[in-house]
Design a protein around this ligand. Structure first.
Ligand SMILES: N[C@H]1[C@H](O)[C@@H](Sc2ccccc2)[C@@H]2OC[C@H]1O2
Length: 330
């Protein structure tokens, strides 16, 4: 089997991408954030208090003839950005891009944090991290990818996220029309459950490449690129008027400043992020101060290769044994 579905930016600065999925019988369509940085599949639901729902589509298990309560099971998740949700668990038929998993654990939210309520275009998440991170108790549940794997033509899924445009996620095959040249693979450390791997180094603008193993996670659900402070300060030293603002919680600069590109290495391959991706957004609609798409990871305890980096590449998440991750130019 294979599947292929759109990855649609939810706003004009690509803060997150959503993908149409169907749940239950008859099918209920929700727009979910496919997230390689977590492993819970949860949705806004008929059980979510109405004052916590603001425009999201909801999953109503009672309207699905194929839904089953996973009795006695609960879940609760806290994300790196402080948002979170919790609830109960059903199994139901779940389809992404024509690929169906019967009896997928669908975690119905009983409570969601205000940040998630405010994301009106996001109806929930599909965790595509390793199932070891799943928070359902007393028995943890498998991700959509782990459930689908036995039926996939190839044990992979790919992410083709785009800058200010709709991209795609494919399951079970590698579409050679979506990239150029070769795919460069590198080893994944699957414990504790993220797609953890290393960059082989970086360069700022036309500067020399600094070879250095930089370990982090490729996370489609994180908007920006978070790297060690030394790298980030070296980058913004090249930006007129840049400063690390306590007030805005990161590097800001005059929107009119010229930004250098940023290149990261995967083994011997090089991926150059355009300055436009790093001139991320105005701090408010009328401001002339802009917030950077490259920020320090020092507060996170982990480096995160988020969408600002991933949208520069065609990325293969390979569930082979051992797992690996591949990057190609597109
Ligand atoms: N893996 C990521 C996840 O997908 C999002 S969940 C989310 C929260 C609020 C708004 C939108 C999405 C959160 O930010 C970074 C990390 O946790």
């Amino acid at each position: 089997d294979t599947g292929s579905a759109a990855a649609i930016p939810i706003n004009e600065v690509d803060i997150a991408y959503v993908t149409p999925v169907t749940i239950g019988t008859p099918p209920q369509t929700l727009m979910l954030d496919l997230d390689t940085g977590s492993s819970d599949l949860w949705v806004f639901s008929s059980l979510t208090p109405s004052n916590q729902v603001r425009g999201q589509e909801i999953y109503s298990p009672t309207k699905s003839s194929t839904s089953k309560l996973l009795s006695g099971h609960t879940w609760s998740i806290r994300y790196g950005d402080g948002s979170g949700s919790r609830g109960t668990v059903y199994t139901d038929n779940f389809t992404i891009g024509g690929l169906e998993v019967k009896s997928q654990a669908v975690q119905a939210a009983l409570e969601v944090s205000s940040m998630l309520t405010q994301e009106q275009s996001l109806d929930g998440l599909v965790g595509l991290g390793f199932s070891a991170l799943n928070t359902v108790r007393p028995s943890s549940q498998l991700t959509f990818f782990d459930n689908a794997r036995p039926n996939l033509d190839e044990e992979v899924f790919t992410a083709d996220l785009k800058y200010h445009a709709t991209g795609s996620y494919d399951f079970g095959f590698i579409d050679s029309k979506k990239y150029a040249g070769n795919i460069t693979y590198t080893a994944v450390q699957q414990s504790p459950g993220y797609w953890t791997h290393s960059l082989s180094g970086y360069s700022v603008g036309s500067g020399a490449f600094q070879a250095s193993q930089i370990s982090g996670i490729s996370d489609t659900g994180t908007t920006l690129l978070y790297l060690p402070t030394a790298i980030v300060t070296a980058y913004y030293r090249q930006v007129q008027g840049a400063q690390n603002s306590q007030y805005y919680g990161g590097y800001v600069f005059p929107c009119s400043s010229t930004l250098p590109t940023f290149t990261f290495g995967i083994e011997g391959a090089r991926f150059t992020i355009p300055a436009s991706y790093i001139n991320y957004t105005r701090i408010s609609p009328t401001s002339t101060t802009c917030y950077g798409g490259l920020q320090s990871s020092s507060g996170l305890g982990i480096n995160i290769f988020g969408d600002v980096a991933l949208k520069r590449a065609f990325v293969v998440f390979s569930g082979t044994n051992p797992p690996r991750i591949g990057f190609a130019i597109k």
